[in-house]
Design a protein around this ligand. Structure first.
Ligand SMILES: [Zn+2]
Length: 138
């Protein structure tokens, strides 16, 4: 592995929804934390919901990163409210509670894949202003 491999090993991983309205707010949130240009990004409809609904898609991406020598220091998953994926795939339930439930499921998947010590942040973006609320699982 060359220089790029060493750099790759210190990256973050972001999982967020494909909704165009939240692309800029999400990038802005990451920028505010100093992460611009430092993260891999899996875009999947519904973020947590799509990751849980299409486990082969999701785990395939995680495995691709692992096979490329990438072991992210932290994983950040950002759901957003008013999400079409939740409305279509989750019986119309787009509540914060529904998002929290799905976020905790994918959080467990990530802990199983990376180990329990891997920092995994589960977040809900409440609006296009980029207001963020963390989710804590039982
Ligand atoms: Zn969405």
């Amino acid at each position: 592995m060359g220089d790029s491999g060493i750099a790759l090993a210190s990256q973050l991983l972001l999982v967020s929804c494909i909704d165009y309205r939240f692309v800029i707010p999400t990038a802005g949130y990451m920028a505010a934390r100093g992460f611009t240009g430092k993260y891999y990004h899996i875009g999947v409809a519904g973020a947590s919901l799509g990751s849980n609904r299409y486990p082969d898609f999701f785990s395939g991406h995680l495995q691709l990163l692992r096979n490329s020598g990438v072991d992210p220091e932290m994983v950040i998953i950002i759901d957003h409210l008013d999400c079409a994926a939740y409305k279509q795939w989750n019986g119309g339930n787009d509540s914060a509670e529904a998002h929290a439930q799905q976020l905790c499921i994918v959080g467990n998947t990530l802990k199983q894949f990376y180990g329990a010590q891997k920092p995994v942040e589960l977040l809900i973006m409440k609006n296009q202003a980029g207001e963020i609320e963390p989710v804590f699982c039982k």
